[in-house]
Design a protein around this ligand. Structure first.
Ligand SMILES: Cc1cc2nc3c(=O)[nH]c(=O)nc-3n(C[C@H](O)[C@H](O)[C@H](O)COP(=O)(O)OP(=O)(O)OC[C@H]3O[C@@H](n4cnc5c(N)ncnc54)[C@H](O)[C@@H]3O)c2cc1C
Length: 321
């Protein structure tokens, strides 16, 4: 049976992130799952890991700068050897993608970034992803003995294991050499404790408003909140100063792959589509039935967004969300 290592990463919190639950769900289908943590897991975290079928937790402290990919990757590659794993599955954040690249380099392993699904074929890891702005479906097989992959958020619906486990916690001290000249000068951690919406990159539903809002995002925000969705936008709206750059979806903004993407007053320029074409179901709201996003969408509502979105919010409230 293939051993799969799922690193929680240096930024892990005491609670499992939704994206990590999804990766554990996929990992379980590949083989026996070992988790790598950098702090001793709490009872609650251990219970949740057990619910997802994790059999072992390796705990490896990281020296400072712990957030540096070159440091975390040494602990990860050492854990792969220690646990005898043939597959390493990460979530897909900027931090974990960088650690995955360093880990693959250290292990001489093939690397897949942002895959939407993985399976084993004759013992080799195979992953699929959309390329060229979502216009091509590509499938890659890793032919090295160890395979490293990062899994795009919302690739699967997270589901606990049929047979919960009691994970064994083992210390896994690793020999980590902080590379010379690597010095942490400053680290600013964004405070998301007050956030009421999910993060744009990992949300299961994204509601974006474009220039068609003319700067009034109230209907877009109300729909996002009624759906428990993240708020997105286009570059033009960011340049207008209507929303901050963190909300921008697209080739030069955040790439999203939610289950549902709603674009209201968004024309669907190639730069925008390149960042959301991996969405499961696309819904467009636009006054122009020839807008590219309307053409690409699975469903489109032709009409003024303020009326259409207000009606949608009312209908959701009537049906209890
Ligand atoms: C190098 C480069 C990189 C870029 N990167 C990005 C990127 O990462 N992300 C990104 O988004 N853009 C990016 N852009 C900009 C991109 O090319 C488009 O200009 C932008 O996406 C268009 O934004 P929009 O859809 O909000 O506006 P528009 O194209 O102006 O579309 C507005 C839409 O609203 C509709 N509308 C108007 N009134 C209403 C109404 N009352 N109700 C409903 N619909 C209405 C209109 O019919 C229209 O379809 C980039 C551009 C360049 C040059």
């Amino acid at each position: 049976m293939t051993g799969v290592l799922v690193p929680l990463g240096p930024d892990a919190t005491a609670e499992l992130r939704p994206a990590t639950r999804e990766v554990l769900t996929l990992a379980r289908d590949l083989g026996e799952v070992t988790v790598l943590a950098h702090t001793t897991p709490t009872e609650e975290l251990l219970a949740e890991l057990g619910a997802y079928g994790v059999t072992r937790v390796l705990v490896s402290d990281l020296p400072e700068p712990a957030s540096a990919a070159a440091v975390a990757a040494q602990a990860t590659s050492s854990a792969v050897t220690e646990a005898g794993c043939a597959v390493v599955l990460f979530t897909s954040t900027f931090t974990t993608k960088e650690i995955a690249a360093h880990t693959a380099h250290r292990l001489g392993a093939g690397l897949l970034i942002d895959v939407g699904g993985v399976h084993l074929d004759g013992g080799r890891l195979v992953g699929g992803k959309r390329a060229f702005g979502g216009t091509w479906e590509s499938v890659c097989e890793v032919r090295t003995d160890v395979a490293v992959a990062t899994v795009a958020p919302n690739a699967v619906i997270a589901r606990p294991a049929e047979q919960p486990t009691t994970p064994q916690v083992l210390g896994a001290p690793a020999q980590i050499d902080v590379p010379p000249r690597l010095e942490l000068l400053e680290r600013s951690v964004a405070d998301h404790s007050g956030d009421t919406r999910p993060s744009l990159a990992e949300a299961a539903i994204v509601v974006s408003g474009g220039r068609g809002t003319f700067g009034d995002f109230e209907p877009v925000e109300e729909l996002a909140d009624a759906l428990g969705a993240a708020l997105g936008t286009t570059r033009d709206c960011v340049e207008e100063g209507w929303l901050p750059a963190e909300a921008m979806v697209g080739q030069t903004g955040t790439t999203v792959a939610p289950r549902v993407y709603i674009g209201a007053g968004v024309s669907g320029a190639p730069h925008h589509i390149g960042g959301m074409a991996g969405a499961g179901t696309v819904i467009a709201v636009n006054i122009d039935d020839e807008a590219p996003l309307v053409q690409l969408a699975d469903f489109a509502v032709i009409g003024d967004l303020s009326t259409v979105l207000a009606d949608a919010v009312e209908a959701l409230r009537e049906h209890g969300g």
